[in-house]
Design a protein. Structure first.
Length: 479
RNA sequence: CGAGGUAUAGCGCAGUUUGGUAGCGCGCUUGGUUCGGGACCAAGAGGCCGUGAGUUCGAAUCUCGCUACCUCGACCA
């Protein structure tokens, strides 16, 4: 028997209209609202709570790997931007510039930071004198502004929140090692906290950061088969340190430019969570960043002892979990649907029957149909902890399975087009020429995502020109 | 920035063709009955119809401009 939908439809179908589904979900679950200025978003408490948890987890990892936090100014003299040629070219089209203070014209226009390489380099040039000052390992949590043409909440907005790490190193090897180390920190975080599998690899010349020698990325596959570049790490060599005249006196008595890296992830990660795990009912949040890990819903609240028992359970759980007791005067069914839409990983139902039996009913969000289980009240703490871990594992595995089943190995342009049009990534061989990359983009609308570290060939010839291939690379349509 | 679409109560919509001063559902408030998958009854509150001009005795409705949002493309975390 066909199962009638047992939840109320407030959002577009994820299968029928993915973009509309996304917009509906972010608005209706109150993650964000639109700001009054084009392309801006208000991150509402429920969305911001996710960001705070992301920050907490990442920040711990940055500290663990020896980095310190600092804060650099929002305003950057326009002239700084001009110092690194590729960098200006990359960012000039989308920077916001302040030219006036009140009625008075400023003597030099100020850029509202689109990224902070320039101002941080300027400061580093004052702070670094000796090899003893290296490595310099600084991260900042900040907002940045890029005047994008089209915008979508979390995925591309005029202003967004991120972290940017900026490091200086005495040796090239050490800087390269840092670049890859932080990429792996991102990947580990995405796996263990967000439950999102990432493709790690190096970006092509075309796709790399303006001013970098090499850019690496983590790429996640969304459920529409498109790629979301979720984080990047950059190796600069001495491009910026030379341009900004950062010099240190080495042991050998010679003045040298240090090697540099930068790396960042942004509130876009929240978009990745939404589009990796969401379903027909709405959000499905990974337990480790879910603002509410479990919600307690009293059933037949008016009956003797129910409210009291729920409050008691709430008190016993709140020390260990982000738990919420919803004793508002809505029907239980209404609340079930509400918290499913909001992606709360576990629901705890407690009614007269349960109290009589000394149990609670637990329903998990990540499994279709809820998979309700009864748990004795005195085991709730341990069982919930285990269940949240299980939910995390299941969400990761589900995302991984989806991803792996949407990667097609291809050897020519027709296969590539068919793969990406069908909502897949195409894994293929490439000669490394920009021309072929551009041509593929033109013919299929897919761009290179990245080159995996495992370069075991899956063919000999370039997917586009048919000449000898040198790189194994993923192509995909991207956000 | 190019193509298409939308804008009326918190949300979803009707009303626009044929101009006459706004309506439905949900939600919200109050009271009561309810409560194991979006309960029910009753009584209420809430909108100068995105915005600026124009046409007209009269504009949500017709004309032009602007803005925002959505979808699809070119660029980015």
């Amino acid at each position: 028997m066909a199962k009638e939908k047992e939840f109320v439809k407030e959002i577009a179908s994820i299968h029928e209209n993915f973009p509309q589904w996304y917009t509906d979900v972010v608005l209706k679950t109150q993650l964000v609202d639109y700001g009054p200025v084009k392309g801006t978003m208000v991150i509402r408490p429920y969305g911001y709570a996710i960001w705070e948890l992301i920050q907490k987890e990442l920040d711990a990892r940055f500290k663990e790997t020896g980095h310190e936090n600092a804060y650099f100014p929002l305003f950057i003299p326009y002239s700084y931007l001009l110092k690194e040629a590729e960098h200006v070219e990359g960012f000039a089209p989308e920077v916001a510039i302040v030219t006036k203070a009140g009625a008075a014209e400023l003597s030099e226009p100020l850029v509202v930071r689109p990224t902070s390489e320039t101002i941080i380099c300027e400061m580093y040039s004052k702070w670094v004198e000796s090899y003893r000052d290296l490595p310099m390992l600084i991260n900042q949590w900040a907002n940045v502004v890029r005047w994008e043409k089209t915008t979508r909440p979390f995925l591309r907005t005029s202003e967004f929140l991120w972290q940017e790490g900026h490091t200086l190193h005495a040796s090239e090897e050490e800087a390269q090692e840092e670049t890859l180390k932080m990429l792996h920190v991102y990947e580990e975080f995405a796996h263990n906290v967000l439950a999102i599998p990432m493709f790690m690899g190096q970006k092509s010349e075309k796709e790399k950061f303006a001013g970098a020698k090499a850019t690496y990325s983590i790429e996640a596959m969304m459920q529409d088969g498109k790629s979301l570049q979720s984080g990047t790490t950059h190796f600069f060599g001495t491009n910026f340190s030379a341009a900004f005249d950062i010099k240190y006196l080495d042991r050998d008595g010679k003045l040298k430019n240090p090697y540099q890296t930068s790396w960042g992830v942004s509130t876009r990660l929240i978009g990745a969570i939404i589009m990796s795990h969401g379903d027909e009912r709405g959000l499905c949040l990974p337990p480790r960043v879910a603002p509410i890990q479990a919600v307690i819903i009293p059933v037949a609240m008016h009956k003797a002892g129910v409210k009291e028992k729920c409050a008691e359970v709430f008190e016993s759980l709140k020390k260990n979990f982000r738990v919420k007791l919803d004793d508002r005067d809505y029907s239980p069914g209404w609340k079930f649907n509400e918290y499913e839409m909001k992606g709360v990983p576990v629901r705890i139902e407690i009614g007269p029957r349960d109290i009589e039996n000394g149990v609670a009913v637990l329903a998990r969000r990540d499994i279709e149909g809820g998979a309700k289980i009864q748990v004795p009240l005195d085991e709730l703490n341990q069982r919930l902890a285990a269940l949240l871990d299980e939910v995390h594992e299941n969400m990761y595995n589900k995302a991984l399975k989806f991803r792996d089943s949407h990667v097609k190995t291809v050897s020519n342009i027709d296969e590539l087009k068919e793969a990406v049009d069908g909502g897949n990534f195409a894994l293929t061989m490439w000669c490394g020429d920009r021309e072929c990359e551009d041509k593929v983009k033109e013919l299929t609308n897919a761009s290179t995502r990245n080159m995996p570290f495992d370069q075991t060939p899956c063919g000999d010839t370039c997917v586009c020109c048919g000449k000898k291939a040198t790189k194994k690379i993923y192509f995909g349509k991207a956000y």
